[in-house]
Structures are given as structure tokens and as C-alpha cells.
Write a protein that binds this ligand. Sequence first.
Ligand SMILES: *[C@@H]1O[C@H](CO)[C@@H](O)[C@H](O)[C@H]1NC(C)=O
Length: 217
Amino acid sequence: DWAAVIPPINLPENSRGPFPQELVRIRSDRDKNLSLRYSVTGPGADQPPTGIFIINPISGQLSVTKPLDRELIARFHLRAHAVDINGNQVENPIDIVINVIDMNDNRPEFLHQVWNGSVPEGSKPGTYVMTVTAIDADDPNALNGMLRYRILSQAPSTPSPNMFTINNETGDIITVAAGLDREKVQQYTLIIQATDMEGNPTYGLSNTATAVITVTD
Ligand SMILES: *[C@@H]1O[C@H](CO)[C@@H](O)[C@H](O)[C@H]1NC(C)=O
């Protein structure tokens, strides 16, 4: 039998090595009496992308040969084999799962650099104006991919510097002050920021876009 079941291996992306980096050693208990040869198969081993994972045929030591990219492949599913000196299978293949752990290596990207919206003059506070959206290639179920929006600036700042607010999770922009008057201000320009790590200003990565809001008659 195999000496042990191999639990899933969690491997952070973008490792700096050194490579090859040892992961786990597989072993059949029949190698006490027989001279065995170990091998691994599957995408990442003998199928494209080949050679990311290698195994020492004598010792059974599995290693990774290069940094991984979760945004390319988030999970590898390998099978390990043991044969005797004549090439006869001595164990059923064993599964080895490698989960690539996300790092915050992508910043949010707005779908458009300039977003155009409009709002009727005289609108009450709470009137919906528009929605802006950014995406992040990192794991959306981890902090690395969780975005929050905020308004950095509004121009002009009349009749109030905060005529609008943004729902920090949905990107919906709504009015929060009365006094939208087309004869005084025909267009507002907002700079919107999206930040991952749930908007953490220290650790999050950010990007900005512009929202142009036309006040209509
Ligand atoms: C907003 O308007 C500008 C100028 O007319 C245009 O370049 C831009 O593509 C528009 N953005 C969207 C998202 O339609």
C-alpha cells in the first residue's frame, strides 16, 4: 500500500523559491522488498503545462519547479504511480491535489475610464444617478478580490462639496443633497476610487476612474 494518503497541498502563488521546491514525499511500503520507480501524470506534470511538478523516481520526492499563478491555474490534480523494475504497476495510482493560494497581485480595474450619467435638476436627495464597476482578477472570495468604492473628489464643489454619495459595495451613485440647478452647474465631475482588501487604505490596491454627471432640465 501507499505509506500515506496525501492531503491537499496548499501552495502560495508567486513563490520566490528556491526551485525546485520540495512539497511531499510519496512512498509505497512495497519498496522495502522491491526496487520501485515513482512517476506523476496529469496537467502540470506530463501534460501541458508540463514540468511544473517533478518527482524523483527513486525517492518519491515531489517538487515544484517554478512560481505559480492562481489567476492562470488555481488547482492542479496529479496522479502518482509506482511500478517495479519491470514496469509493472505495484499500487493503484494515488491522487495529489495542489491548491494555489491567492496573493493580492492584481489591482482593481474599472470597466471604463470615463463613466457618463445624468440626473434631472431639482432631484431629491436619494435619487439614483448611475453605477460604476471595477473588477479584480484576484480571488473574489478572498480579501484580495473584495472591492470597495469611494468618491475622492467632486468638481465643482457648489452648492455643496458633497452632492453625491456612492454605495461602497455596489458602486451605485446617488444624490445626497438638494440644489441641483442646471442654470448654475450643468455638469459634475467625480473621481471614484476602487480599493481591494475591502477598501483597506494601507494594504489594498487601488485604481481611479471619472464619473461625469450631466444635470438635465
Ligand atoms: C463617456 O463620454 C465620453 C465623451 O463623450 C466618451 O469618450 C466615453 O467613452 C463615454 N463613456 C462611456 C462608458 O460610454
